[in-house]
Design a protein around this ligand. Structure first.
Ligand code: GLU
Length: 546
């Protein structure tokens, strides 16, 4: 076979040679040990929590070594591409604090190693593919869908491995005249890789996360260029990661099955293989069983969920880090206030078998993160969230910033800050009783108490209330009112003989709390009353007592 002739016949328009392309991609000049990573999604409009898991790994590997983290868009499958897919990727990740140094941007490219959209790189792929043909490492295949289907059926019925290999690789050694004839007829072809692999050969592969793994050689002649000249993922990633200087490929473990083919491709192309980090799947518990988080079943699978629910970026990052590195939590306990960037991220501490994602745990992390913020920060972040998701609440917050910050200051800043907010979407409910326009009682005083007792106590409090009282004076007045109405002012005494009283001072406080806040639980009632102001406190108490 005259391979040179075949290459010209198949791709006559490709005039460039690999060396011409290589010259456009000079070696990166980076500090010793710097890692170059890429996030390489398809612009389908959907980003999965597993994408974020990988993107964080990429980002940390690059940024802890003085390297580069870039965005490459794998849009070779037009059917899966949505019009604003790139904007969705960039914006969704930016909202979660993932920022690229280089790569595709909404209206073009940023960086010297582009184009960063695979759809704009056809000439590059075809140049390398043409070289493989010249070297006898690739050949055209004119099989129709029906022929391929017939091969599949035969393999299934004879219980053979599926795929285009051995006796099934009918175009592998086709004479050039036959190829010429098909081309003259204008028939479509795909370009296949000529595999020299044998499935009886095993080899060892060093993965950065999984360690040393056994892989079986590939014997299938996979497609590298489709009939429209557009590459498959396998071929495109090899060419791109080589030219773009990727040192570490972080990708989902589902790619392990085609890794043997990728090893062959790099070798055939004469490229040095980057290091591979195959990430475990993100799992969740479902009725006690672990399963993969599913786009279809679990709202938390979508990255947009975290933004729309109002998780602080810092909480998502913090939680993801606990999933990514098994020693992160321990580090955090020892370094409660250190910036997350100080943590020494490593692929060696990543899960090999699967990372269990737990929304309750994320909520706890989020409560902790928010409890460490100042009232001002909580205000700013809640407002930013509300502007996008609840404009009405945003205008309430903006109408009186000082008032809102006072509310958010309750129980904040001390050694044991309150931990009752996990999401920005919860803040409205948390603050609502401070605003007459949002006040909507949720709890009532239990029916076990006489209505007349409750009213008498509330009226007595209203008569005695002085907003200038210090907290201890305020509380002794409550005790006096309790006592005067048959409620025990002292908890110890009450517990010794509850039947001697109608209730305790705790019940009296609860009447006041329910009247003023509409709930059984609230932050410190004295502070609540101070912020609400005399007029509102008395109006709510009187309304409740009547
Ligand atoms: N486009 C591939 C995907 O979305 C990327 C895999 C890789 O990062 O190499 O799964």
């Amino acid at each position: 076979m005259n391979n040179e002739l075949l290459a010209e016949l198949l791709y006559p328009n490709i005039k460039t040679l690999p060396a011409d392309i290589e010259a456009r991609y000079p070696k990166r000049v980076l500090p010793e040990g710097a890692k170059v990573t890429r996030f390489a999604p398809s612009p389908t409009g959907f980003l999965h929590i597993g994408n974020l898991y990988g993107a964080f790994t990429d980002e940390r590997l690059a940024h802890t070594t003085g390297g580069i983290f870039y965005l490459r868009i794998e849009d070779t499958d037009a059917k899966r591409t949505v019009p604003n897919g790139i904007a969705i990727i960039i914006e969704t990740l930016a909202k979660l604090g993932v920022i690229f140094d280089e790569g595709a941007v909404i209206d073009g490219d940023n960086g010297a190693y582009g184009p960063y959209r695979q759809s704009e790189r056809a000439e590059i792929y075809q140049t390398f593919a043409k070289q493989l043909i010249r070297e006898g490492k690739a050949y055209p295949c004119f099989c129709t869908e029906e022929e391929l289907e017939a091969i599949r059926e035969k393999q299934e019925s004879e219980k053979l491995n599926p795929g285009y290999y051995g006796e099934f690789a009918i175009w592998r050694d086709a004479p050039i005249e036959k190829i010429q004839e098909k081309l003259d007829n204008g028939e479509a072809f795909v370009l296949r890789f000529r595999s020299e692999g044998n499935i009886n050969n095993k080899l060892k592969f060093g993965d950065e996360i999984k360690g040393t793994i056994d892989v079986t050689e590939n014997d299938i002649d996979h497609v590298i260029l489709k009939s429209d000249g557009i590459p498959t993922y396998h071929f495109a990633h090899a060419v791109d990661d080589h030219l773009m200087g990727t040192t570490h490929v972080v990708r989902d473990e589902s790619w392990l099955s085609t890794l043997p083919f990728h090893i062959q491709l790099f070798k055939a192309l004469g490229f040095k293989m980057p290091k591979y980090c195959h990430t475990a799947q993100v799992l969740k518990l479902d009725n006690g069983n672990k399963r993969k988080i599913s786009k279809r079943k679990d709202p938390e699978a979508a990255l947009t969920y975290y933004h729309s629910q109002g998780y602080p970026v810092a909480a998502v990052r913090e939680y993801l880090m606990t999933l990514l590195n098994s020693n992160f939590e321990e580090w955090r306990l020892a370094n409660p206030n250190a910036p997350i960037e100080d943590f020494k991220f490593t692929t060696k501490k990543m899960s090999v078998s699967g990372s269990l994602f737990d929304l309750d745990k994320l909520n706890d992390v989020s409560k902790n993160v928010i409890s460490r913020m100042t009232a001002e920060e909580v205000y700013d972040l809640t407002l930013a969230w509300a502007k996008e998701n609840d404009p009405e609440f945003a205008s309430v917050l903006e109408a009186d910033k000082e008032y809102a910050v006072r509310i958010l200051s309750i129980g904040r800043g001390g050694k044991k800050p309150r931990k009752d907010i996990a999401l920005w979407s919860e803040v409205k409910n948390y603050m609502s009783f401070f605003y007459n326009g949002l006040f909507a009682p949720v709890d009532a005083v239990p029916k076990t108490f006489e209505k007349s007792d409750v009213s008498a106590i509330l009226n007595a409090f209203a008569a005695a209330y002085d907003e200038n009282d210090a907290q201890d004076v305020w509380f002794s007045k409550i005790k006096e009112i309790a006592s005067a109405n048959g409620f025990c002012p002292d908890m110890k005494l009450y517990k010794a003989d509850p039947s001697a009283f109608k209730g305790s001072v705790a019940d009296v406080s609860m009447f006041l709390r329910v009247a003023v806040t509409g709930r059984m639980n609230s932050p410190d009632l004295y502070e609540v009353m101070q912020i609400l102001g005399r007029e509102t406190v008395l109006a709510r108490i009187k309304a409740f007592a009547s």
